[in-house]
Design a protein around this ligand. Structure first.
Ligand SMILES: *Cc1c(COP(=O)(O)O)cnc(C)c1O
Length: 427
């Protein structure tokens, strides 16, 4: 102790040296936190640099703050922070620097005022709905949806006295027809999982606005790289960041975007007290994923169109918004930059579908999507198994349906694999 007295702290403690150096030379360059600058950046720049906040060390890549709590120099500081009178971290259920960087980047890319990251896509969907609903409210939701999204509508919300109506989301008139005096929210995804139904976002959001209804769009299939629902009037955009945003099948994460007022007053009281938060490590992985999102989303979309066109003549039914045979191909091309990595096709029955899967050599059998690897699954026996036969029939999830996530492999290798697998199954 006495041996250290009088020495500059960095000489006594080598670990403090970089910090002392940094304090002597504060960072001057713009990072990613000043909206007056970052909101003017073009999307590709926002995806790489948006939200980046650098510590005194000037690290190039975003720092990973694995901490649950924070310390204070004096007793007044936490008092001021808890009172909301001073900016700063207090507890990682409320704020975390790594998670905050991800939230800022997603908000910028979405063109949203604010965003809050969540533990998973389903944490995001549940939070986006429950935070704004009370017993006695009514929600109109899309029939064609991810299985767990439908479970929220069919089972969870009704248990708490929230009425739900499930409609054909591609029927433009069905939305207005389903409105009741107590309708609070519309909830849909487009393109939908796994039948690739396309919703007219501008039309549905217009109907909602005219009736004072909040529209929540699950934009997991497209991401902001391919589709920006807020430009068409959506109030809230929710994500599974597990999919195309991470893009390499590593972590579960989610996000909810909205106006600053809605996030602060509606979402945050729910989130801060129930804790569906994104872990800092997962947020960091998604930050890295977003840097390449635009490139991946475009290339995977191109591969998906090429592979879909190759398969189409061989199968009885193709569900691909990027191909002219899709009933809403024109609408998809209008509201999307490209139609994304996922499509589905029907091969007739379960035995043939399993024969195709079992004959694949390169493409993996897996129910994940958004990955750089091509993955294929049989929704009726996996992602949509718990919906029951009637539920699946109403959604068009037939026994012969296969869903594919087209990755970043060379599309010629994918064509060869599908050619072999379809032939093996007699197609
Ligand atoms: C995967 C998915 C979800 C759920 O996301 P998780 O991160 O798996 O919780 C929600 N909606 C859609 C459209 C999805 O594809």
């Amino acid at each position: 102790m006495s041996a250290k007295r009088g020495l500059p702290r960095w000489k006594a403690d080598p670990l403090a040296a970089p910090l002392a150096y940094a304090i002597a030379r504060p960072m001057k360059k713009t990072t990613g936190t000043d909206r007056s600058i970052t909101s003017k950046w073009r999307p590709a720049t926002q995806a790489v640099r948006g939200g980046t906040w650098r510590s005194e060390h000037g690290e190039t890549s975003e720092a990973l703050f694995l901490t649950s709590g924070y310390t204070y120099d004096d007793a007044q500081t936490p008092a001021d922070r808890f009172a909301g009178e001073m900016q700063g971290m207090t507890y990682s259920r409320l704020q975390n620097p790594t998670v905050a960087m991800l939230e800022e980047r997603i908000a910028l890319m979405e063109g949203a005022e604010a965003c809050r990251a969540q533990a998973s896509g389903m944490a995001a969907m549940t939070t986006a709905l429950l935070c704004q609903l009370s017993a006695g409210d009514h929600v109109v939701g899309a029939r064609a949806a991810f299985g767990s999204c439908r479970w929220l509508l069919d089972h969870l919300l009704p248990r708490f006295g929230i009425e739900t109506s499930v409609i054909d989301s591609a029927d433009d008139d069905a939305w207005e027809a389903a409105i009741k005096p107590n309708t609070k929210a519309f909830f849909f995804e487009t393109p939908a999982n796994p039948t690739l139904d396309v919703v007219d976002v501008a039309h549905v959001c217009g109907v909602a606005k005219a009736h004072g209804i909040t529209t929540v769009v699950d934009n997991a299939f497209a991401t902001s790289a391919l589709q920006k629902p807020m430009e068409y009037g959506a109030d809230v955009v929710a994500y599974s960041a597990t999919k195309l945003m991470d893009g390499q099948g590593r972590v579960l994460a989610g996000a909810v975007c909205g106006s600053q007022e809605w996030i602060d007053e509606v979402l945050l009281p729910f989130q801060r007290n129930t804790g569906p938060n994104c872990a800092p490590f997962n947020a960091w992985v998604v930050l890295k994923g977003l840097e390449t999102l635009d490139l991946r989303a475009r290339r995977q979309s191109e591969n998906a169109v090429a592979l879909g066109a190759f398969i189409e003549p061989r199968v009885p039914r193709m569900l691909h918004p990027g191909l002219a045979s899709h009933p809403r191909h024109d609408l998809a091309m209008k509201q999307m930059v490209a139609t994304g990595p996922i499509f589905a096709f029907d091969v007739g029955d379960r035995a043939t579908a399993f024969a195709v899967l079992d004959a694949l050599d390169l493409v993996d059998i897996s129910n994940n999507i958004g990955d750089a690897r091509s993955l294929m699954c049989h929704p009726a026996s996996t992602t949509h198994a718990n919906m029951g036969e009637d539920g699946r029939a109403a959604m068009g999830v037939t026994e012969g349906l296969l869903r594919i996530n087209v990755g970043l492999e060379d599309v010629e290798d994918l064509k060869e694999d599908l050619d072999r697998a379809l032939s093996a199954a007699g197609l």
